[in-house]
Design a protein around this ligand. Sequence first.
Ligand code: ADP
Ligand code: MG
Length: 241
Amino acid sequence: MIELKNLKKVFTKTSAGLGPINLKIKAGEWMTILGPSGSGKSTLLRLISGLEIQTEGEVVLSSPKNEISFVFQDAALLPWKSVLDNITLPLTLRGVPKLEAQSRAQPWIEKLKLSRFVSAHPHQLSGGLKMRVSIARALITEPKLLLLDEPFSALDEPIRIELGLELRELWKNLNPTVLLVTHSITEGIWLGDRVLVLSGQPGLSVLDQRIELGKDRSMAQRAHPEFLGLVNQCYELLRGP
Ligand code: ADP
Ligand code: MG
């Protein structure tokens, strides 16, 4: 689905960039990406999405670029548009008639528990609700690839946990390939099927490990020895010398 071949980004002589990275990601896989600030996590997602052009190497994608959705830490909603109009935006931009776009939005509004807020504007919403809108907007196109760059970083822990679990449930049904960048080791390992740890400047892969927690995730798994072992292993790699 995604193959990165000797992928390298150099910005300037003084900024480090990323790579070379060699990696294959299967269609439908959920890969979590951990790494200190500046290790190239955002650059990696931007290279894969085509927002950034690599200096060397190659990104091979099996699905077209218009099947990619990107979610950022800042929900990045249009303040003058209602929740409904924000969610339907990717469809209306593609020329889907308004009424059709609104009916296609309906299941996502329900899944993201936004029914009460469709007429509200972003400034009336809490951070968690804004992120729900952002996720609905990302999923309405039913993307084959979902890129998440620290989507929950601005949220309180309980909301973060709840949204993470809900996103995992939505992923199970829609099954896009997911790349989740997060600063939370526990969140990343709990939600993913594979974890990639980047380190150094330029950022290189220092761990690429399967997460054997099964399809369904629950709070109880956070106490499993395998989970805690992998959390510790990542912590040791991330805490530096
Ligand atoms: P992360 O998301 O892991 O914090 P980034 O991908 O944002 O890291 O950045 C990786 C490295 O590339 C950092 O050293 C950063 O300063 C540099 N960098 C990122 N974007 C640019 C840019 N547009 N111009 C110059 N340097 C950049
Ligand atoms: Mg970043």
